[in-house]
Design a protein around this ligand. Structure first.
Ligand code: AMP
Length: 138
């Protein structure tokens, strides 16, 4: 008997999903898998609300990500009920920056959507430091 799955193609465009949606389904699992422990990461800190990991492709001598454990795709999708968690992300960013000896300064970035340069659709706060930052950003 022929197995029908052999004829399947991926990504599943035949199901009418838009490429943006497909990307979201695939990519959202990266940070979720790190949170669940399925994928390893260099974890700097975690508590019940967030996890802090070193970025796998650092853009500065120090580059870490503060990621909420709750799946919020991007900052514009956050709800009123997320207000205290969002504050917690920024307070944690500051605390870990201090722990990482970034007293000379650092940059905090959130990329929203395509034009913002977002590649992983699970909200995360970038913290970059250890070098002089430029303005305007690229
Ligand atoms: P953004 O482009 O703002 O969505 O940022 C996504 C960030 O996640 C990029 O800086 C990536 O280098 C980083 N990243 C992707 N996969 C991993 C991973 N497995 N561990 C750590 N950082 C990652």
């Amino acid at each position: 008997m022929k197995r029908r799955w052999k004829t399947f193609t991926y990504p599943p465009c035949e199901y009418g999903l838009q490429s943006e949606k497909i990307r979201e389904i695939i990519m959202s699992t990266i940070f979720e898998k790190i949170i669940s422990g399925e994928i390893q990461a260099d974890i700097l800190y975690q508590d019940e609300i967030c996890i802090v990991i070193r970025d796998i492709e650092p853009q500065a001598p120090v580059h870490f990500l503060v990621i909420p454990k709750k799946v919020i795709p991007r900052i514009g999708d956050a709800l009123q009920e997320d207000q205290s968690s969002l504050g917690h992300l920024l307070l944690t960013a500051g605390k870990i920056a201090e722990q990482e000896n970034l007293s000379s300064g650092y940059r905090v970035v959130i990329n929203h959507g395509k034009n913002g340069g977002e590649t992983v659709p699970h909200l995360h706060v970038h913290v970059l430091g250890g070098r002089q930052m430029r303005w305007p950003p690229g």
